[in-house]
Design a binder for this molecule. Structure first.
Ligand code: UD1
Length: 416
């Protein structure tokens, strides 16, 4: 297993290129299962999760080739409709193959994902959605079996706007007979991109970018060429590091995806300027404490909550962070406390009392974004920090240490 070793306290200065978005590319990769022929996906980040998804598509019979950020997937000859436990347990997004396999073949068998580091993450919306499209769902030996000889349009309404369920149901509904409506659909930029990709393939989807999606099923879709949108969570992570430690410019980023984050960073006191594809951030003398509450898009993303707590750990005063999407998503707090942060947690509300400094320590990654918060906290902490279980961060960040090194950080990878 690898660990990251960080000698903190160095200024960050320079430019960093943001990679393609993990949460956009995974459903797009799944959507390639809907078509015969070769789907070409550009700006694909080289992550553990994208490689795991390639393994999954290959098990299903798709032919994949990944070189220089371009991934081609030929899903003409699919030989299996089963997503095995060994892959699904390492990456919940494997569940995304369910919708397209059901849509194209009327049948799929996918391992139930199980728990996750931040508490229960149910898939009931996905399953109820497939049932609304006429699929029969059974659970057998930890696997969900979905079957339909005649998938038909249906009406689905989510209690909470779910990214995963919206994507999965979309990918089944585009090939169902008749009209499907999805109410309270997710509107995250990666859902908008998935809709755009499906439309490009020949799907009929109305209301893209709104909470009400209307899908009129079509007979057949065709393969397309796509460029993945920039990763707003990677961008947000670098912005928070810049807010703590210097002056950096992000390239290949879409500021419109990060409006609330930029607003909050301005309230912290940072100087921010943006073009259509870049954002510059300059640290302010004093970091003001700023409260946030996570919410679905365009609210503050839960995937940046941990990094925000790291930033607030060195702010000038008390701030409050409320997690409203995943109420238990706080495994980073005890690790940040090991670095000297002062954080108390009551239910889903963290209160952070900013400290003058953090001090390096040995800490442990617990999930992708928790690890990112430890990296940025370690970058500001005095002295050496060792961050173990880096495989979590490798799931969602491409070359993170190299990107930070280019900005002047003292960070490297070692075998544990
Ligand atoms: C996706 C992201 C993840 C992000 C999350 C919220 C991917 C691969 N992952 O996860 O990084 O943190 O969105 O932005 O894109 N829910 C149910 N039943 C369901 C589905 C969801 O109750 O069947 C609830 C969840 O517990 C949660 C909320 O709905 O409280 C939103 O979850 P959802 O948007 O589905 O998250 P994911 O798609 O799993």
């Amino acid at each position: 297993m690898d660990k990251l070793v960080v000698n903190g306290g160095r200024e960050l200065r320079g430019r960093v290129k943001i990679s393609g978005a993990k949460n956009a590319v995974l459903p797009i990769m799944a959507s390639s299962l809907l078509v015969e022929g070769i789907t070409v996906i550009k700006n694909v980040p080289n992550l553990r999760d994208t490689r795991t998804f390639i393994d999954l598509l290959s098990i299903l019979g798709a032919k994949c080739n990944f070189e220089n950020s371009t991934l081609t997937i030929d899903a003409t000859n699919i030989t299996s409709i089963e997503a095995p436990y060994d892959l699904v347990k390492t990456m919940r997004a494997s569940f995304y193959v369910m919708g397209p396999l059901l849509g194209r073949f009327g049948e799929t068998k996918v391992s139930l994902p199980g728990g996750c580091a931040w508490g229960p993450r149910p898939v009931d919306y996905h399953l109820k959605g497939f049932e609304s499209l006429g699929a029969k769902i059974d659970l057998n030996q930890g696997y969900i079996l979905a079957h339909s000889d005649n998938l038909k349009g249906g009406s689905i309404s989510f209690e909470i706007a779910s990214v995963g369920a919206t994507a999965n149901i979309l990918m089944a509904a585009v090939l169902a007979n008749g009209k499907t409506s999805i109410s309270n659909a997710a509107i995250e930029p990666h859902i908008v991109q998935l809709c755009d990709v499906l439309v490009e393939m020949g799907a009929d989807i109305g209301g893209i970018g709104t909470n009400e999606l209307i899908i009129n099923g079509v007979e057949k879709l065709s393969p397309v060429e796509i460029t993945v949108i920039p990763d707003m969570i990677e961008a947000g992570t670098f912005l928070m590091a810049g807010a703590m430690l210097g002056e950096i410019e992000l390239e290949n980023v879409d500021p419109s995806h990060l409006s609330i984050v930029l607003e909050k960073l301005e309230a912290v006191g940072c100087d921010i300027s943006a073009t259509t594809s870049s954002i510059s951030i300059k640290r302010s003398g004093i970091l003001n404490p700023v409260d946030i509450t996570t919410d679905v898009h365009p609210g503050f993303p839960t995937d940046l909550q941990a990094q925000w707590i790291a930033l607030m750990s060195v702010a000038n005063g008390k701030s409050v962070v409320t997690e409203s999407i995943y109420l238990d998503r706080f495994s980073h707090i005890p690790e940040l406390v090991r670095l000297g942060a002062n954080i108390s947690l009551e239910k889903n509300v963290a209160t952070i009392r900013g400290q003058k400094k953090l001090i390096g320590a040995q800490v442990m990654s617990t999930d992708i974004r928790a690890s990112a918060s430890l990296v940025i906290a370690a970058l500001i902490a005095e002295g050496r920090s060792d961050i173990s279980r880096v495989y979590h961060i490798d799931r969602g960040y491409e070359n993170i240490e190299e990107k930070f090194r280019m900005l002047g950080a003292d960070i490297h990878r070692e075998k544990e």
